[in-house]
Write a protein that binds this ligand. Sequence first.
Ligand code: PHE
Length: 337
Amino acid sequence: MDIEAIKKQIESDIQNISSSEGLEEARFKYLGRKGVLAQLTATIPSLPAQERAVFGQQANILKDKIANLILEKEKLFGSPASGAMQESVDIGMPGVSQEVGKLHPITRVIDEICNIFLRMGFQVVEGPEIETEYNNFSGLNIPLEHPSRDAFDTFYLKDYEKLLLRSHTSPVQVRAMKSRKPPLAIVVPGRVYRPDAVDASHLFMFNQIEGLMVDEGIKFSDLKGILEVFARSVFGEDIKMRFRPHFFPFTEPSAEVDISCIICKGRGCPVCGRKGWLEILGSGMIHPNVLRNVGYDTKKYSGFAFGMGIERIVMLKYGINDIRLFFENDLRFLRQF
Ligand code: PHE
């Protein structure tokens, strides 16, 4: 086969190409898997042994030559691929903007509430979500027969009867009092777990903030004053508060705290069940049994504690009617905060 003749033919073919599409066709025709060059190389085994090496060499030289010719031509009008590349760099096009993330509404309100207490001299403390039965119940004076200790009302860890997912942030009271000495003023944000059926106002996981103050001579009026500063800061200066007698095993006396409805200002509406008041937290003076359990002298020290659900506060603050919205990761919801 006359390689020289083939070379001449191909050279003039390529010279005559006038578009990048034609160039692609030529590349396919000459250098493709079944192209002219591949066919030439395929004949090598059938050649006389002494001609094979020379022929192979010439075929390789020809291959390079064609590749170069195509490359040269390509520079004249650009290959289809590089053409597309050039068009994609349109300096007149607006850039791809990077979206800036922000804090989840729950996190924001936790920060906001912690900051209010930090300004009053409290420290922020955290505790583990997996707790001992002692810290979650016994240490807090919650008796064995209390329904919340039931396996159906609490997530116990399989194979570890004495470990559970804490059902409130109150066990951190026990931890903090055991590891520190009064005076003590802490707030404790964190997740808690209860096997509640999920609906618009219940989830099996939610967030609480616990508060605790212990020192000599702490009185119920201190609790009232601190909580009033908190409620005014979160809900506004004209908010009213009311303390309703209640029962918690770990506080005595105990009170549930209501604020005047932020929607109807106390006149009565669907949000407050026409009562004019919204319950926001549980509180009370720390029960002497709890102080004794952590080794504090009940003659010398007294204190108060309170606990609130964060989701409920965020829902009231922003008028959100379904707790599930917080955890569905729907950006249309999250972007509003
Ligand atoms: N731990 C209680 C609850 O989860 C709230 C509470 C905390 C009440 C501290 C009184 C004192 O319902």
